[in-house]
Design a protein around this ligand. Structure first.
Ligand SMILES: [Fe+2]
Length: 363
């Protein structure tokens, strides 16, 4: 932009060979051009009757914030110039009288910067998109895994979902942030996914496990963590899953961590898991009911369980489980649980149980 027609023509001639040039004889005209065209770079004279170059560049910010701004000015406008440069609105100023080659070079360098910035912005956007797709994909994978686990461990039907709901409830009650709650939900659903690798004969055994069988069972948190893999967005949830059987006194597994060394998310999942296990029928015993489950959690608080997490859960579900229905928060992942009612042994488990009982009485 330049209000002197001769100067404008001169400028056009300097750039016409290499660029698409749009010329404006006034600020108003320049604004119109900026609105209509995706302009990468603006060269403007500072001294003009209706609108100064700095004013034009300021206004251009709202229309073409990315466009590179070059100001041509005489030495008399030093203060306006310094202000404009300091506020970051001007990429470079060119003193009058300008030299054509120098101006070409300045513009070329400026456009290189512009391209680079635009490319970076594009890359960042692509990266963000890839990450969110990855997250979507993970949620899909997680549902599939949870379903696979339910199919295998029929007796735990709905267990993972309930544990995740309880875990989120505890997290909310102790004031965790939203991203922590999301990870709790994820970790709750996936905590036992490693049981997919445990033989049915152990999973469904209606009696106490032998030490060897216990060792196989004790590997399931490690397997769960392996299945979750090493996606960075899942790293915290993975750690919680890995340690969901660690006890406060160090008698848990797999790493015999103690007290505060056990990640808080893992301490939450342990309490949620134990509560659901006690309030659901299992191969080797019947459910003990909510009031007694709360009692048991308290009895082992400080030894196995973190007392703070125990009280948080009881505050949400109620001393007798009376607040269950209203107290459980919505799912972040959109996973639905038809009812928070404790799980009953599934048909598949019943059949296996009967088969094993028959085999036992025959032998
Ligand atoms: Fe587990």
């Amino acid at each position: 932009m330049d209000d002197e027609p001769a100067n404008l023509r001169l400028l056009q001639r300097v750039f016409a060979d290499d660029y698409q040039v749009l010329a404006a004889g006034s600020g108003a005209e320049a604004i119109e051009i900026l609105k209509k065209h995706d302009v990468s770079l603006i060269v403007t004279d500072q001294r003009m009757p209706s609108m100064t170059g700095v004013q034009l560049l300021e206004q251009s910010l709202a229309i073409r914030p990315e466009a590179i701004k070059i100001l041509i000015t005489g030495y008399t406008d030093v203060q306006a110039l310094i202000d404009a440069i300091n506020s970051g609105r001007v990429y470079k100023y060119v003193p009058k009288p300008w030299d054509a080659d120098e101006l070409r070079l300045t513009v070329r360098r400026a456009l290189e910067t512009y391209e680079l910035k635009a490319r970076n912005a594009r890359l960042l956007e692509e990266l963000g998109q890839a990450l969110s797709e990855l997250e979507d994909l993970s949620v899909g994978t997680i549902r599939a895994l949870a379903d696979a686990l339910d199919a295998k461990c029929d007796y735990t039907s709905g267990h993972s979902l309930r544990v995740s709901r309880y875990a989120v409830s505890i997290g909310r009650a102790i004031g965790l942030e939203r991203d922590e709650l999301k990870d709790l939900e994820l970790a709750g659903i996936l905590h036992d996914i490693g049981k997919i690798g445990v033989p049915e004969s152990i999973l469904w055994k209606p009696a106490r496990l032998t030490p060897e069988e216990q060792a196989v069972m004790a590997q399931h948190p490690v397997r769960s963590a392996q299945i979750i893999g090493d996606l960075p967005i899942l790293s915290r949830a993975r750690r919680w899953v890995l340690h969901h059987h660690e006890y406060l006194d160090g008698s848990g597994y797999p790493d015999h961590l103690q007290g505060e060394a056990i990640p808080y998310g893992a301490r939450i999942i342990l309490v949620a898991d134990a509560y659901d296990a006690m309030t659901s029928d299992r191969p080797y015993r019947k459910a003990i009911g909510h009031a007694r489950a709360a009692e048991e959690l308290r009895r082992h608080a400080g030894k196995q369980f973190d007392a703070r997490m125990v009280e948080a859960l009881i505050s949400v579900v109620g001393e007798k489980g009376e607040k269950l229905e209203g107290g459980i928060p919505e799912s972040f992942l959109g996973l639905t649980l038809s009812s928070i009612d404790p799980g009953q042994p599934g048909r598949q488990f019943q059949e296996e149980h009967e088969r094993q009982a028959r085999a036992g009485s025959a032998g």
